[in-house]
Design a protein around this ligand. Structure first.
Ligand SMILES: [Zn+2]
Length: 228
């Protein structure tokens, strides 16, 4: 089998999904050099980290983390682009396994009851065919032994392009775009809300406000990446 795999790879070499160099036989998804260059935040083990500080005056979040720093033109941007637009869902699995193990060894994010993704708008989901955080969430679910629930929150409208708006406009834009489908089974539960990129926190804040309609719900946050 290895022989056929080698021949196949000769014609269709597997490329690093961060830097596009040819992967060797024992490399998977990213090359060894990228694996060590990926900019880790180390937020998972850190109390009062940058993300928790973003939310501290706005939301009552139990704990929050992001795995990597996202920079324009950087390796993480390439990975997330390949995940979202080139169908490389294995990148979500890769991030989920990495962050899941980080959480396990952190002594934080204890007593989670459910993992819930920031949902995509239905039309966007149909276009793309998948939510880019689904396999990330399922891998986290598998490693942390916490059920993954993607039916509790739905997105009612598509937010327009965020980048040229002020923070206030962004906030108004994303507020009230999510809707709850059920409340009862999440009463008194601690949920981990997950997304791909955390920027201003406006999307997360909007999901948070929606989930807070549930009695005594506790919310933690985990994203693949964070950009300043
Ligand atoms: Zn690479």
């Amino acid at each position: 089998m290895q022989f056929f795999k080698d021949i196949y790879n000769l014609f269709f070499p597997e490329l690093c999904l961060a830097c596009a160099t040819v992967l060797t036989n024992n490399e998977n998804i990213v090359c060894t050099s990228c694996r060590f260059e990926l900019p880790e935040t180390h937020f998972t083990k850190q109390k009062n980290n940058t993300i928790e500080k973003i939310f501290v005056t706005r939301l009552d979040v139990v704990e929050a983390t992001a795995l990597l720093y996202y920079k324009k033109g950087g390796l993480v941007q390439n990975l997330i682009h390949n995940l979202k637009y080139n169908g490389h869902q294995e990148i979500g699995v890769f991030f989920g396994e990495w962050l899941g193990n980080e959480i396990l060894s952190s002594n934080r994010f204890k007593s989670l009851d459910y993992i819930i993704p920031v949902p995509l708008y239905k039309k966007r989901l149909q276009e793309r065919g998948f939510n880019q955080v689904t396999l990330f969430g399922k891998k986290l679910s598998n490693i942390l032994d916490v059920p993954y629930k993607d039916s509790v929150l739905i997105r009612e409208t598509e937010s327009v392009k965020q980048s040229k708006k002020s923070r206030l406009e962004r906030w108004q834009n994303v507020n009230h775009i999510f809707k709850l489908t059920e409340k009862n089974s999440f009463k008194n539960k601690h949920i981990l809300l997950i997304d791909d990129i955390l920027t201003s926190g406006a999307t997360i804040e909007s999901c948070y406000n929606c989930l807070k309609q549930i009695e005594n719900i506790k919310i933690s946050i985990a994203t693949m990446s964070y950009t300043k």
